[in-house]
Design a protein around this ligand. Structure first.
Ligand code: ADP
Length: 370
């Protein structure tokens, strides 16, 4: 999704792809296939490029440091990226900044985990510090027995234990920052998760306490500045009305993020354009919303031939913008999203219905005789 923005700005975008048929590879003319964990592959790829950036956080940090020492311009740098890769490092750093964390502990074994649960009260949440996504690597523990049942999770080392936050909704504060230090925030959005996967985003978050929205955006900007983040960063938050700052920070992502896909149609500057501007140290674009926006993901379902329903889907709601990733369909895989921006005073519920209708047509196909 960075490719059209790069083309539009006249930048040459190269992609190091995992395989020839991944959608990122098909979106640019130059996409060598290689392993992002192999230093020589990275070296070869980076040769002659103005800047190297990411759309995931899994390139080994030691390789990034080596490339930097060899003169490659990597954005964001590994010292910043570590906070999006390791949730224990992130919790510690957020605590040092005095920003709102849930109660948490680094636990090395079941005994420490049970002690933490007994201290703060069950249920608690157990997380693997690294490698989790879409709720994989997150487990809710109701009692000491559940903690004992999670013993095998300690095989790879210490884990993060957290208070199970009693939140009213999940929010995301999206910001971008350049190496020179210019930073901008988009409006704070409401994110709706289903089975640990982002399903819908409402931008801006409706009926949010303006002081909480402001404090959440300020926290994300402060994190970006203090951690030296460059490019786009999303701070995922839990809204906790009436307690503390009114929110706590859940986790960070340092790249264009699913909770920012609404900006492709709903903001003056999309997160993908902003990421390119930011990593190239160019002035950032305006982040104002163009109107109330709903983003709805569609995941792979029964329908294998997505385009069979395109005529019906595009015809059903011409104001809804479809973004199809060109990925093969697997059940539960994110394969596209739709955005709809209010321009004639529609309510959130009306927008959500329009978005869901189009997403469902593509996901499920048009039923015979339906
Ligand atoms: P991932 O890295 O897989 O996205 P997250 O840390 O965001 O994992 O957790 C996935 C989901 O689990 C969150 O979106 C939230 O719904 C729930 N969750 C995570 N941490 C907590 C917590 N401390 N309290 C309550 N719910 C939580």
């Amino acid at each position: 999704m960075m490719a059209p923005e790069a083309l539009n700005l006249g930048f040459e975008l190269h992609v190091l792809a995992e395989a020839e048929d991944v959608s990122a590879a098909r979106s640019v003319p130059d996409a060598p296939v290689g392993d992002y964990k192999d230093l020589d592959t990275l070296r070869h790829f980076a040769k002659g490029l103005d800047v190297v950036t990411f759309d995931h956080e899994h390139v080994p940090n030691e390789h990034l440091s080596t490339l930097i020492s060899e003169g490659v311009n990597i954005q964001p740098r590994p010292e910043a990226l570590i906070h999006a890769q390791d949730k224990l490092v992130m919790r510690q750093a957020i605590e040092q900044l005095g920003l709102p964390n849930p109660r948490w502990a680094k636990v090395k074994n079941v005994a420490e985990l049970i002690a933490f649960g007994d201290e703060i009260g069950w249920p608690i949440v157990l997380k693997t510090p690294r490698g989790g996504y879409d709720g994989k690597g997150v487990r809710i523990l109701d009692d000491a027995q559940a903690a004992r049942d999670a013993a095998d999770w300690f095989a790879n080392g210490a884990l993060l234990a957290e208070d199970k936050v009693n939140f009213s909704r999940e929010l995301s504060a999206l910001v971008a920052r350049t190496p020179s230090g210019q930073a901008k925030a988009w409006p704070v959005v409401h994110t709706i998760q289903v089975d640990g996967v982002c399903d819908e985003v409402i931008a801006p978050a409706q009926d949010i306490d303006p002081a909480v929205a402001e404090a959440a955006a300020a926290a994300a900007l402060r994190i970006a500045e203090q951690f030296g983040v460059t490019g786009v960063m999303a701070a995922e938050l839990f809204e906790t009305p009436g307690s503390g700052a009114g929110f706590v920070i859940n986790e960070l992502a340092m790249r264009p993020h699913n909770t920012g896909h609404w900006t492709m149609n709903g903001s003056v500057t999309s997160q993908f354009e902003q990421h390119l501007r930011a990593v190239l140290d160019l002035p950032l674009g305006e982040t104002r919303e163009l109107g109330l926006t709903v983003m709805k993901n569609y995941l792979g379902g029964e329908n294998q031939d997505l385009y069979s329903a395109f005529s019906a889907a595009l015809g059903a709601a011409p104001e809804v913008k479809v973004h199809a990733y060109g990925k093969s369909v697997r059940p539960g895989r994110k394969i596209g999203h739709v955005n709809v921006v209010a321009n004639t005073g529609q309510t959130v519920d009306e927008l959500r219905q329009r978005a869901e209708m189009v997403a469902a047509l593509i996901r499920d196909g048009v039923k015979q005789n339906a």
